[in-house]
Design a protein around this ligand. Structure first.
Ligand code: G6P
Length: 483
């Protein structure tokens, strides 16, 4: 067994990624110099924010500061006052605001959805205010231009306002956009704001989360917020969208639902500390990056199936898709040579996708790594009752808890894949709580930074997404002119 165990109980089991027929000790030994250099570069990024070759969208040198986020400190992006302000904001909503709608897409949505799913689950918005401890209902929008869902969400809120007796129905719209002008976010926000403002018995307020720059670099959202007097939170300089869950971007959702910000950042901080050793066998982010990088480069495993077991972890897969795709999917390396690097991420969830994707993982091309996530201990865990003792097949599973069944299924999946030389690995979270979630998400973010170094690509830009935007902008103008 090859398992790296942290003092918190978080583990990385890479037994099925390492050894004969997998990434070998020889492969790792041959890459030792590269791993050392990658580690030095990441340590330099930590202390100075400087990453070789990284430029902003405007071609200016730009610092990378996400490793600062776990540390709440005076003068840091997450300062004690900043966190206090977030908590006060969350507290100010309790028993006062009925509904929050969070508008955002990509890095301004995916992490927020993770926090919501893990903390609130599917049925939160059906619960009473008391059951939600006074926190408002919370919906997401802006992550598409879907006319039907946008319309239905607004209709639903308006109906709730109609039904409310006495006090007006209070809605807070949180508009999150680093660039401050993303099409989906701004379009759906404007549609919703206009309709909600016109609804009787409904009071609507707006909060903006955007780049705080003023002057010539001021974002459109910042300008609007300033002119309209909306309260603002920041997407700090040096924190890219896909790394922003630990900043005010993600933490504002945490504040709105009473998710434990301190524990979440403490988990991220513990992981950051665990990743400071240059011994790759004991550095979870470097070890993960090294094995996946070598798996891709030497063995052609350039698809990553991200497969947590448990419904509410599916959004972690979706968050990871953006992290991996935008960070490592690069045409050129930092020396300007074409490399077409990056694993293609695939979102999956167990056990569900064992009945949909596993056929391909088991029998398709040997070009994948399956990354499992497992939760060791669940807060609630119903036991399958012996309801039909005379039906042998059902009696056989009686007495087993659902989580035991789920873990047995994951183990069987991992074993079956490993038995046919199909690379896989498992992260285990002792429990599904803020601390361990912080550990996991931070580990993934840092491993992507390491892999950028190993592959010599800029993990912090996303030039490819501008290509379609350059076509879309003029096309939207043409549509407007036709009217
Ligand atoms: O936060 P925003 O500026 O609105 O950006 C939202 C998202 O849109 C872009 O297309 C980028 O590719 C993403 O990296 C970003 O997270």
């Amino acid at each position: 067994m090859s398992v790296l165990t942290l003092s918190s109980g978080f583990t990385f089991d890479y037994t099925n990624l390492y050894g004969d027929g997998k990434v070998t000790a020889k492969d790792l030994a041959a890459a030792a110099g590269q791993l050392r250099e990658a580690h030095q570069s990441v340590m330099q990024m930590r202390s100075t924010g400087i990453v070789k070759g990284h430029l902003s969208k405007d071609g200016q040198p730009e610092k990378v500061l996400f490793t600062q986020l776990p540390y709440i400190q005076e003068g840091h992006i997450n300062s004690p006052e900043g966190i206090e302000r977030l908590q006060q904001f969350g507290g100010s909503l309790r028993y006062k605001v009925d509904t929050v709608v969070s508008f955002g897409i990509g890095g301004s949505f995916l992490g927020n959805k993770v926090l919501f799913d893990i903390h609130c689950g599917d049925f939160y918005n059906f619960k009473s205010a008391e059951e939600r401890q006074g926190y408002p209902k919370l919906y997401f929008s802006g992550n598409n231009l879907d006319p039907r869902r946008t319309d239905e969400l607004i209709g639903h809120i308006c109906r709730e306002a109609e039904l409310k007796q006495g006090e007006p129905y209070r809605v807070t719209l949180i508009v999150i956009s680093k660039s401050g002008s993303t099409l989906e976010t701004m379009a759906t926000f404007m549609v919703a704001y206009e309709r909600l403002k016109q609804t009787p018995n409904l009071e609507v307020t707006v909060v903006a989360v955007t780049d705080p720059a003023e002057g010539t670099n001021e974002t459109l959202l910042h300008k609007l917020a300033r002119e309209q007097g909306w309260p603002m939170f920041s997407v700090a300089d040096g924190v890219g969208g896909r790394f922003s869950i630990f900043s005010e971007v993600g933490l504002i959702t945490a504040a709105c639902i009473g998710f434990d910000i301190d524990e979440f950042l403490a988990g991220a901080q513990a992981m950051d500390k665990a990743c400071q050793t240059d011994d790759f066998r004991h550095n979870p982010a470097l070890l993960t990056a090294a094995l996946k990088y070598l798996g891709a480069e030497k063995y052609g495993r350039d698809i990553e199936i991200f497969m947590p077991y448990g419904d509410y972890l599916k959004s972690v897969s979706e968050w990871y898709i953006q992290l991996l795709a935008e960070s490592l999917g690069k045409r050129v390396n930092r020396d300007g040579q074409e490399v077409f690097y990056g694993r293609t991420p695939v979102a999956a969830v167990g056990t569900t996708d064992m009945h949909a994707q596993t056929q391909q993982h088991q029998d398709g091309k040997r070009n994948k790594i399956v990354q499992f996530i497992r939760v060791l201990e669940w807060d609630t865990d119903p036991v399958i009752p012996d309801l039909f003792p005379n039906t042998a097949k059902l009696a056989e599973i009686a007495g087993i808890s659902l989580s035991q069944g789920m873990e047995a299924a994951r183990q069987a999946n991992a074993q079956a894949l490993a038995g046919d030389c199909r690379f896989n690995a498992t992260f285990t979270l002792p429990k599904l709580n803020a601390y361990h979630l912080g550990e996991l998400l931070y580990l993934l973010a840092l491993s992507v930074a390491y892999e950028g170094e190993l592959a010599n690509v800029d993990a912090f830009d996303q030039p490819g997404v501008e290509t379609y935007k350059r076509i879309l902008g003029p096309n939207l103008q043409k549509l407007k002119n036709k009217k």
